[in-house]
Design a protein around this ligand. Sequence first.
Ligand code: CA
Length: 226
Amino acid sequence: MRILVIEDETDLAATLHRGLSAEGYTVDLAHDGQDGLLRARAGDYAAIVLDIMLPTMNGYRVCAALRRERIDTPVLILTAKDGDWDQTEALDTGADDYLAKPFSYPVLLARLRALLRRPALGPTQLAVGDLVLNPATRTCHRADQPVLLTAREFAIAQVLARRPGEPIGKSELLYHAWPDHAADPNLVEARISALRRKIDTPFGRHSLQTVRSLGYRLVDDREPHR
Ligand code: CA
């Protein structure tokens, strides 16, 4: 099981990495909020341990962004005991649990195990207009008709569908769709073209749009019904 730890205090992060690895988890570390969000967006973590006070983007904003993008990975927030933030606010942003610093390590482990035991939420479908993606089954439908996507095409469509209308850069698409971190942006262009030929062209649609110098976005391009 993979756990993402987003914590800027390097000593604490290293301790968590060591401790959780010893428990058999695979642990990834992020040391600031934006990097943490980027990693968490991949959505393949069993749980996320998230500090509140972080450089570039605080933990509440990271958690709120994940929930807005319908990424339901369980989140355990670490709050400072004398924190400027109300701990209940952690839960308001969509965190599943919180723990005040300083915490005892056995308590952290117990809380984490409890989170991991929770039944997974039902598969959350992502819909942009009549384009529907189901991440659990890796299936795609346009206007109720099945569309067969390769794993990479699906990964790209998934990143775009989580933030409808928002331009997403090639580097972010590369990051998520090429886990080996291939670095050639031309790869993205080719896959975007292939994706258009599947989800747009046969349906006479233009939902996958190029946004000059920013990247690509997925929109609901249906004519409004009157
Ligand atoms: Ca911190």
